[in-house]
Design a protein around this ligand. Structure first.
Ligand code: FAD
Length: 396
């Protein structure tokens, strides 16, 4: 008899979404979740991202089939979840802006990818039409992506945690330090702040440990082949102090591509503008006909730093790019902004896979009662509820 039927490692949006999904089909007192942060939601990818609900236009089905599918499915599920539970979200739509004929070609490429992925109602529009939607944006042409939007991520995981209702089995300040596979179960060794070390047995392990999920996977199977490299995204912000800085939708530059030797495309989404919700309304958001009101703050980012630039898994703050770095990236398509308008905002670190372009979501090859969720970088927030359903299907 095991101590705990299902053990989830990690209390970010993926771990809490899995806890919620499983609590719909098995007794919630057979599930435990271990999160090493003392506070919830604490420091993790979920609390430090752009809050964009992606539509699914960027991912190619050949090299990123899970991202291509789960983003579109997760987009639909996340809006529905936000509507059902009164969570701050707004389907703002998004403009992907080309500033030249060369960039316009990238939009055609993205348009065909959107169609392959089944993203609804994406269309190419002229610079003039883009200007009607966003008067302060300078565009040669644009893609209009109506299913993109924004969400307040910490409200999502608070709600997921409440609905999963694991009570004392949602253990904060608890780090998994080792996992020993045995014949029919696993022995999990953990350390809780203030309590010390202990161990317990479990039938299933769900590895949702974000930046550390590759290390957790190797505790069970030292030959686990994927490795995470941390990519730090830095953000700036500005306030809409006057009509010339007004932005009402997600605004992205045309992505840049290059083709890698394996035939896959390396694509950079680029430094974008993202509206936020009204400040100071945490927990009591203003709502107007199902759409939460937008605030004055616009975030700008991410500017990405990689391991090669010596950014570790916990390095949120060293050697940050100055506001001029952000201005450089956005002035082409948002020309009325000045350096003085920008100030540094926050950073977040993504769990990107070094040797794959996709999420890795699969049972371990040697111990299939462990489900690994590794490399859940963007669009992981958007995909979270669809990922949780996939985990439930594995267990079923
Ligand atoms: C800068 C940035 C921008 C992004 N923008 C977007 C966006 O706009 N839209 C979108 O869809 N996605 C976006 N993402 C991606 C999204 O945030 C992530 O995919 C998602 O939050 C991943 O959730 P997670 O639960 O897997 O990981 P995390 O949120 O990182 O949670 C993992 C948890 O595991 C815990 N943990 C680790 N090791 C252990 C251990 N040994 N024992 C116990 N607990 C442990 C950690 O403390 C952490 O809380 C962005 C990410 C970043 C960083």
């Amino acid at each position: 008899m095991t101590d705990c039927y299902v053990t989830i490692i990690g209390g970010g949006v993926i771990g809490t979404a899995v806890a919620y999904e499983l609590s719909q089909v098995i007794d919630n007192d057979t599930i435990c979740l271990l999160e090493r942060n003392r506070n919830f939601p604490g420091e993790n990818q979920t609390a430090r991202n752009s809050g964009v609900i992606h539509a699914g236009i960027y991912y190619d089905k050949l090299h990123s089939p899970l991202k291509a599918h789960l983003c579109v499915e997760g987009n639909r599920l996340l809006y529905q979840f936000c509507r059902d539970h009164n969570i701050p979200s707004n389907q703002t739509g998004k403009l992907v802006v080309a500033t030249s004929a060369k960039e316009d070609e990238f939009l055609d490429y993205l348009l065909s990818r959107s169609q392959e992925n089944g993203v609804p109602n994406v269309k190419k529009i002229s610079g003039g039409q883009a200007g009607e939607l966003e008067p302060n944006v300078k565009a040669y042409s644009a893609l209009w992506v109506p299913t993109s939007g924004i969400v307040e991520p910490t409200s999502v995981i608070r709600k997921l945690r409440n609905l999963a209702d694991l009570g004392e089995y949602f253990l904060l300040g608890t780090e998994v330090v080792d996992i020993i596979p045995q014949d029919e179960e696993f022995v999990v060794k953990a350390s809780t702040i203030g309590t010390g070390n202990y161990e317990f047995s479990t039938k299933y392990v769900i590895n949702a440990a974000g930046l550390h999920s590759d290390e957790i996977a190797r505790m069970v199977n030292p030959g686990f082949p994927f490795e995470i490299f941390p990519v730090r995204g830095e953000f700036a912000k500005f306030y809409q102090s006057g009509g010339h800085l007004k932005v009402s939708r997600n605004v992205y530059p045309a992505p840049t591509f290059y083709r890698k030797p394996d035939g896959s495309d390396h694509l950079t989404v680029g430094v974008h503008l993202t509206p936020s919700f009204s400040a100071g309304l945490q927990g009591d958001f203003a709502q107007d006909k199902g759409l939460f009101q937008l605030g004055r703050e616009i975030t700008v980012g991410p500017l990405n730093r990689k391991k090669g630039d010596e950014v570790g898994k916990d390095d949120f703050g060293s050697d940050l790019a100055p506001p001029s770095g952000f201005l450089e990236k956005i002035k082409q398509y948002f020309p009325k902004i000045a350096l003085d308008d920008l100030q540094l905002h926050q950073t977040g670190i993504q769990a990107v896979l070094a040797n794959s372009k996709d999420f890795h979501i699969a049972p371990d090859e040697i111990h299939p009662n462990m489900i690994n969720l590794v490399g859940i970088c963007s669009p992981g927030l958007t995909s979270s509820l669809a990922i949780a359903k996939m985990v439930k299907d594995f267990l079923e």
